[in-house]
Design a protein around this ligand. Structure first.
Ligand code: ADA
Length: 569
């Protein structure tokens, strides 16, 4: 299931989820053995899933092959929601192409497939080399496999491949100039066809188009004025249905109108100051790994809302689109980023053109596939890289300029842990700080001095008007661990540290919110450094049992929620 709603009602979409043939290929000899034409008599697995949950493969890194047979006739678009990490695809032994990156969708169009049973074969590789993103050292688990759904769509007539929605709100935010970009494809013989766009059932655009078979065409609309706008907000997340359609095809999406701006060193959503009460969340399920069923996402969101949150940072990669649909519906603000993660990247790696390009491609995919989600308030460029270096400066400049150009009422940011030496602040709208007083360094009482200390650096760097958000802070606690003293790893210590830190940040005039590290304990590859091989800084454990910190944070977040609402009313 890719979305919370049907993206196509006229187009036939078949999900290829379910039973697939599967074989591990540790020697990488599959192509020499012609696996691309079929895997023969091998066992089957269920897709989507991570192969680390198959017996005997918990820590497998390398190549695996998947095969699925299905009936099809006509022109197909194959949609792959996420394959971890690199993937080569064959249809009936014909090579379709390659995709790199484990967290974003990709697609291939294949015209004129003859009626019959066909064979889709995937070679999937989750190993690392010097240009991998992320690099091998990460604080999450090296999963592999087809982790989100695969579908095949039947394209007929004039088809809509892609639709992007933009708008400029009027000053009073009561009306908007809307404009869109739609990518069309001619799947059959040239014939006049009507292309229409509807916003909540009202036709806002119509044009007769004829495309020859196999041709692509992009429609970029002029501005279309829409009155009586109902804004998307945290309290009232109003969504509009947008349909791009032709006589025989359609593409449905949901969009929202909202403004986001920075004023007086704070963020304003629809003209009202908004402070972020957030958590960092990995897409990690206790028994299924990075293949999270929709029901588990709903449960996580119920818990997150109970906590009093209005924001989530999708650390450290683009999340499943269905999760974004849920956030759009619930009015939860989101920080979306790509997996350029911290200490795994040496400074020369940051300067490696291949890595920089690959990161840019990931940003392009994030922008392309996530653009219409009103819940995304922040595009995140990278996390904890060496921002003292010239390499990081150049990378940040490139990514910032690209993301600003495609901001769609969004802010661009990144998370820095070298905040006192950071040279890249000019490339962000909001400064995101990761700091772990009370865990890796100092005592948590030291948080009290932090706002004053950082203020000096802020001013020195000419960032007086840039708001600061705490993108990470926290400490580990083993669920159920208590001692007579306030010591590391106890639930008490974690609860005390978070209460102290959140209170300090709330009082700091230039800070606009907090993303606690982290929502939930998550499996980590830093096996030796972590208790039970988990990053245990969750305020709930991996089975979603609350630790004491959960209640401590809830008390503060719920209080701030009430206070902020009172100020706004
Ligand atoms: C970093 C990193 C997180 C996590 C955290 C920790 O800030 O961004 O992914 O590893 O440290 O637990 O130390």
């Amino acid at each position: 299931m890719r979305r919370l709603f049907d993206e196509h009602t006229k187009r036939k979409v078949t999900y290829l989820d379910g039973s697939w043939k599967f074989i591990a290929d540790p020697e990488n000899i599959g192509e020499a053995n012609n696996y691309q034409c079929g895997l023969g008599d091998v066992k089957t697995v269920i897709v989507p899933s991570v192969w680390n949950t198959y017996l005997g493969m918990a820590s497998y890194e390398g190549v695996c092959w998947y095969e699925k047979e299905f009936y099809f006739e006509g022109t197909a678009r194959f949609m792959f929601e996420a394959v971890m990490t690199e993937c080569d695809v064959w249809l009936d032994g014909e090579y379709l192409g390659n995709h790199y990156g484990g967290f974003c969708q990709f697609e291939f169009i294949v015209p004129d497939i003859k009626a019959g049973i066909h064979k889709l074969v995937l070679k999937v590789d989750n190993s690392f080399d010097e240009i991998s993103i992320p690099q091998k050292v990460v604080d999450w688990y090296h999963y592999g496999g087809i982790t989100r759904s695969i579908s095949v769509e039947k394209l007929t007539g004039l088809t809509v491949l892609y639709g992007k929605f933009d708008y400029n709100l009027s000053k009073d935010r009561k009306s908007a100039d809307v404009f869109f970009t739609a990518e069309l494809y001619g799947a059959d013989k040239k014939k006049d066809n009507t292309f229409r766009v509807k916003l909540n059932d009202q036709v806002i655009y119509s044009e007769t188009i004829s495309l020859r078979k196999g041709a692509y065409h992009t429609v970029v609309s002029d501005k279309i004025r829409i009155d009586d706008i109902k804004l998307w907000d945290v309290e009232n997340p109003n969504l509009y249905n947008i349909v791009f359609e032709t006589d025989g095809d359609d593409l449905h999406d949901r969009v929202g109108f909202r403004s986001v701006e920075i004023k007086d060193c704070a963020v304003f959503l629809n003209g009202r100051r908004v402070d972020f009460r957030g958590v960092n969340r990995h897409e990690d399920n206790a028994s299924l790994g990075m293949c999270v069923p929709a029901k588990s996402m709903v449960r996580d969101l119920d818990i997150i809302e109970d906590l009093g949150c209005n924001a989530i940072r999708g650390s450290h990669y683009t999340n499943a689109k269905i999760f974004l649909d849920m956030l759009d519906e619930r009015g939860i603000m989101f920080w979306s980023e790509i997996p350029i993660w911290g200490c795994g990247f040496s400074t020369p790696t940051l300067g490696d053109k291949r890595v920089v390009e690959r990161g840019l491609d990931m940003h392009k995919e994030m922008v392309r596939y996530y653009y219409n989600h009103p819940s995304i308030i922040f595009w995140g460029m990278h996390n904890e890289i060496n921002v003292e270096s010239a390499e990081a400066y150049e990378m940040s400049k490139l990514y910032y300029n690209f993301l600003k150009e495609h901001a769609n009422n969004r802010l661009v940011t990144y998370a820095t842990h070298k905040y006192m030496a950071d040279t890249c602040f000019e490339f962000c709208d909001v400064i995101g700080i990761n700091a772990y007083y009370g865990w890796y360094n100092y005592h948590y009482d030291k948080w009290e001095d932090f706002p004053e200390e950082f203020n000096k650096k802020r001013i020195e760097s000419g960032c007086e008007n840039k708001p600061v958000i705490m993108s990470e802070f926290g400490c580990a606690a083993a669920y159920g661990h208590h001692t007579f003293k306030n010591t590391h790893w106890t639930e008490e210590y974690q609860a005390n540290l978070l209460s102290k830190a959140i209170d300090v940040f709330r009082r700091c005039p230039y800070m606009i919110g907090t993303f606690i590290w982290q929502f939930c304990d998550s499996r980590s590859d830093m096996v030796n450094a972590k208790y039970k091989s988990f990053n245990n800084k969750g305020i709930i454990d991996r089975h979603r049992n609350p630790k004491m910190a959960y209640f401590a944070v809830k008390e503060l977040y719920q209080k701030y929620k009430k206070e902020d609402k009172e100020i706004q009313e």
